[in-house]
Design a binder for this molecule. Sequence first.
Ligand code: PMP
Length: 427
Amino acid sequence: MTGPLSQKLFATAKGFIPGGVNSPVRAFRNVGGEPFFVRRAKGSRIEDVDAKTYIDYIGSWGPNILGHAPTVVTNTIHEVAKDGVSFGIPNPFEVEMARTITEWVPSVEKVRMCSSGTEATMSAIRLARGFTKRDYIVKFNGCYHGHSDSLLVAAGSGALTHGEPDSAGVPAAFAEKTIVLPYNDFEALEKVFKEQGDQIAAIIVESYPANAGLIFPKPGYLDRLSSITKENGALLIFDEVMTGFRLGKAGVQGIENLTPDLSCFGKVIGGGLPVGAFGGRADVMDLLAPIGPVYQAGTLSGNPLAMAAGLAQLKELSKISGFPRLEELGAYFESGLRKLMDAKGIPYRFNRTGSMFCLFFTDREIVNVDDVMKQDLELFKKFFWGCLDKGIYIAPSPYETGFLSLAHTEADLDDTLTVFEEVLSSI
Ligand code: PMP
């Protein structure tokens, strides 16, 4: 149960906003309840309008890697805003951002900024189609790449939680050009390229799928995605909107030592402001307008506040060696959690990499979204509400990934595990 002010706001919101929210997962429908409304947030904590505080494991769904409202970011926003908040003409921050992304991610030779992850993946798909002069794209069941028409087919995240992988309003003719494969299935991949390899523009994949829980590739799977696209004249698009600049300087491609043709980014590079980016091989990127025939644009693209906030966040991450510390926190959390779950004897799986994690209430091996869907949803719901009641905010859906930030402390994690233990004992 949320507090009276949250309840009142939600009742009002429903009169003016569809479902009372501006993005579906926020409605808490998947856990059968109503959302709380946030008053403010700082560090690892969120405070709601009823003055209840929570340790937060969502961090605005990924961007807040330094925690909420880090001073380096908020000071930058204050300073930069004094000189103007949007120009619609080039500004120096865009150049520095592009330089930083290309320095951190070696596969990215050129990059274009936009305002959301959805725009990044949508534009990368258009570019791949323009470059290859082919129409078909391959995506994987349960991978979410934002809500553009071609990609809202067998998607994860909010689309999955609501049991509506395919949205009304997406013309069948668009969806037909999207081939959906089961993730981690080598045979299905070989088969589709054997049959249609010369018509496929690109494979788009979440570098580590993190919108249907958190799923890891089987050994050799990402390598095969890379080689099969090369063999067939298609492009490999890595969607690193969630993993990019979170799992390391070069994201999953750095960890796995891969060189995708194009990559998509968002979240962390905006410091909490609206942002997206896509980049990769210069010969492909140079097909974009104004120098090439593939059109892509944005009124707020390269917005000075978003660029400056993102740069401040990236610089701080680098300065304080954020990634090793996030791994340390993640490992600490994982070992405590495993001890606790083993002692409880509840069937579970726990997937984690660095600061991203997902607890599944199932003992099935998590290979793809089918395994994720088999978990004990009723148990998850009780667990979620029990935790929320005791001031721990995890994602209101069993299909979302949790995030640690550099503002979390070992004491926060200990407190969280104590709550997990109490809640699991009571249900
Ligand atoms: N790709 C991935 C992997 C994502 O996780 C998301 C959003 N969670 C998107 C794309 C879409 O980004 P946005 O919500 O900024 O449009």
